[in-house]
Design a protein around this ligand. Structure first.
Ligand SMILES: NC(=O)C1=CN([C@@H]2O[C@H](COP(=O)(O)OP(=O)(O)OC[C@H]3O[C@@H](n4cnc5c(N)ncnc54)[C@H](O)[C@@H]3O)[C@@H](O)[C@H]2O)C=CC1
Ligand SMILES: CCC(=O)/C=C/C=C\C[C@@H](O)/C=C/C=C/C=C\[C@@H](O)CCCC(=O)O
Length: 254
């Protein structure tokens, strides 16, 4: 069964550019209100302006927020709840690739994703005055398999899969009426590819890997898979988005 997103409030972390901007756009196309959280002020304001022109001033918001800053993240989510409305969709998407600054990478890719999930759960759970909803966490194919020179990135993305699948099994999930979903994109056409090449030193290999996978995914292709999951996936849905389309793991979904 498909849910309706019309008038629902969604938060997208790392939504100023790349996949996050694609997710924000597809949520707006379905009639949701979207709040973008991002550390990049200029890029965020530019994206806000463009999306407001397209979807209306009252439907798009941008808050500058470093998701690794616990207080900032908590305060921003509380402000959204007070000033914008009741949360229904949380997309923990912010992520970096930097094996050299690996503690920072763990803080963004894993710790902030956990914090975002917990903050959203508190706002959405029905036994706390919320309306229920969906949390979709962005992992990677590097969260299901092994990649050269990418040890900590893989660890962070395996963590996203493990945490999200386990949240979906929480004994209170039904009472909360929240679905916890996880999407694992293959290589997609964003600034992250340059960061992967620079950090791993695998310039040619990454290009070969992309070729072998049938080419690079467009942001739109990833956003289409994302929307399909948001609209139709059962709690615990875990899917890869690749040039083959959206494929659920463990035969747990249609
Ligand atoms: N592009 C790709 O090939 C793939 C990307 N992914 C994942 O998709 C997600 C989005 O990545 P892309 O759009 O590709 O990269 P991107 O670099 O284009 O976008 C990442 C966004 O996150 C924001 N961000 C970074 N640190 C932040 C912080 N501390 N607080 C708030 N925002 C912060 C950045 O400012 C940027 O807007 C990441 O989690 C990434 O690991 C997963 C698989 C493949
Ligand atoms: C979507 C992927 C992601 O989020 C992160 C990926 C991280 C690292 C990628 C890096 O380790 C790439 C490796 C690519 C290897 C590809 C294919 C090899 O089989 C190529 C062999 C090269 C050759 O000998 O020609």
């Amino acid at each position: 069964m498909e849910i309706s997103l019309s008038g629902k409030l969604a938060v997208v972390t790392g939504g100023s550019r790349g996949l996050g901007r694609g997710f924000a756009t597809s949520l707006l196309e379905k009639g949701a209100k979207v709040v973008i959280l991002d550390i990049g002020k200029e890029e965020g304001e530019e994206t806000l302006k463009k999306l407001q022109e397209q979807f209306g001033k009252d439907n798009v918001y941008f808050y500058r927020c470093d998701v690794t800053d616990r207080k900032q993240f908590e305060d921003t989510m509380a402000t959204i709840d007070k000033d914008v409305g009741r949360l229904s969709v949380m997309v923990n998407n912010a992520g970096i690739f930097n094996e050299q600054d690996w503690e920072k990478m763990i803080s963004i890719n894993l710790v902030a994703m956990i914090r975002g999930t917990k903050l959203a759960t508190d706002l959405m759970k029905k036994d706390n005055g919320g309306d229920g909803g969906v949390v979709l966490n962005i992992s990677s194919i590097a969260g299901l398999g092994w990649y050269m020179n990418s040890e900590v990135y893989c660890a962070s993305k395996f963590g996203v899969v493990g945490f999200t699948k386990s949240m979906a099994l929480n004994s209170d999930t039904l009472k909360w009426d929240i679905r916890y979903l996880c999407m694992c994109p293959a290589f997609a056409d964003t600034a992250l590819i340059g960061a992967i090449k620079e950090s791993t030193g695998l310039h040619k290999e990454v290009d070969t890997g992309i070729e072998k996978a049938g080419g690079i995914l467009s942001v739109q292709e990833v956003a289409d898979g994302f929307m399909k999951m948001i609209l139709t996936s059962d709690n615990g849905g875990l899917a890869v988005i690749s040039k083959m389309g959206l494929t659920y793991k463990q035969d747990e979904q249609k």
